[in-house]
Design a protein around this ligand. Structure first.
Ligand SMILES: [Zn+2]
Length: 297
């Protein structure tokens, strides 16, 4: 034992032992510091994971709120568009009612030898047919004011296609008609009834019917069915709302190729597409078109 201590405190070994102990202490200390650092890093990682979770929660919350806000906005938009649809429906109903209340139902009635227009009937408003649209410039032919633009547009379109339609007669009052009938009777006797007074009588009093002539037929009705103007009318008049009242081979009246009546574009187009004539169509179906009478397409 003594020997051992003697050796330990020996000059040579002692410093080595001291150095060894010191190194051991240093290593232990370093190890201890490392473990502290390691713990700190771990706890930081945990914190970072927790923070990430927090961030995710917040972002979920924000996104959720956003989508809620978007949903609410979408719902409001939907409500608004429903309300605007309803408003439009109401407005168009009001518009239709207004049109119906201001459009004279007589304008779409079928007249016959049994059902005549009242002799006191006068159109709401009449306007003079422009000079260039008349066969005789001196005669003041009148037409229903709201229907006149359709007539003039049709004649213009005919001119562009190389046909020259001219109005020979348009609105005729009950008195005009009676005088005309008397004149015809002088010229044609009882035969006058067949082509003047009976047919087209009421239609002329409406202000929406007219007789056409051409420059070539020189203001005469006869022979109109042989003209390119007549052919053009058969193919195109419906586009402007006009129909032939008494077509060839009709079951009711003598053929009147020159006599055309404005019934509105919608009805004229339907009749054209279905290859029907005004007087063949059911009055109840015709009446449905009153609301579209002055529609431009
Ligand atoms: Zn006529």
């Amino acid at each position: 034992m003594r020997e051992f201590f003697t050796k330990v405190f020996d000059k040579d070994i002692f410093p080595i032992i001291i150095i060894g102990l010191s190194l051991f202490g240093i290593i232990k200390y370093i190890d201890y510091r490392f473990s502290i650092l390691e713990n700190q890093v771990n706890s930081n990682e945990e914190k970072s994971i927790l923070m990430q979770k927090d961030v995710k929660n917040i972002s979920d919350l924000v996104l959720g709120t956003q989508s809620n806000v978007t949903d609410v906005l979408e719902q409001e938009k939907l409500k608004n568009s429903l309300m605007s649809d309803q408003f439009q429906q109401i407005s168009s109903t009001v518009g239709a009612l207004e049109k119906l209340s201001t459009t004279d139902p007589e304008l779409l009635k079928k007249y016959s030898k049994i059902y005549f227009l009242n002799e006191h009937y006068i159109p709401v408003s009449l306007s003079e047919i422009g000079e260039n649209y008349r066969s005789e410039k001196s005669n003041n032919y009148q037409f229903l004011s709201d229907a006149l633009p359709f007539l003039q547009k049709m004649i213009d379109a005919g001119n562009s296609d190389g046909v020259s339609l001219k109005a020979l007669s348009a609105y005729r009052s009950f008195v005009d008609q009676t005088n005309l009938k008397a004149n015809y009777k002088v010229s044609y006797g009882a035969g006058a009834n067949r082509f003047s007074a009976d047919q087209g009588y009421s239609e002329h009093q409406l202000g929406t019917a007219l007789d056409f002539s051409t420059l070539k037929t020189k203001g005469l009705l006869e022979g109109f069915d042989k003209t390119p103007e007549y052919k053009w009318l058969l193919e195109n008049a419906y586009k402007y709302g006009f129909v032939i009242s008494y077509p060839k081979g009709n079951a009711y009246y003598k053929f009147e190729p020159w006599h055309w009546r404005f019934v509105g574009i919608a009805l004229a187009t339907r009749l054209h597409d279905e290859n029907k004539y005004f007087y063949d169509e059911d009055q109840r179906i015709i009446d449905n078109y009153l609301v579209k009478f002055f529609d431009e397409q």
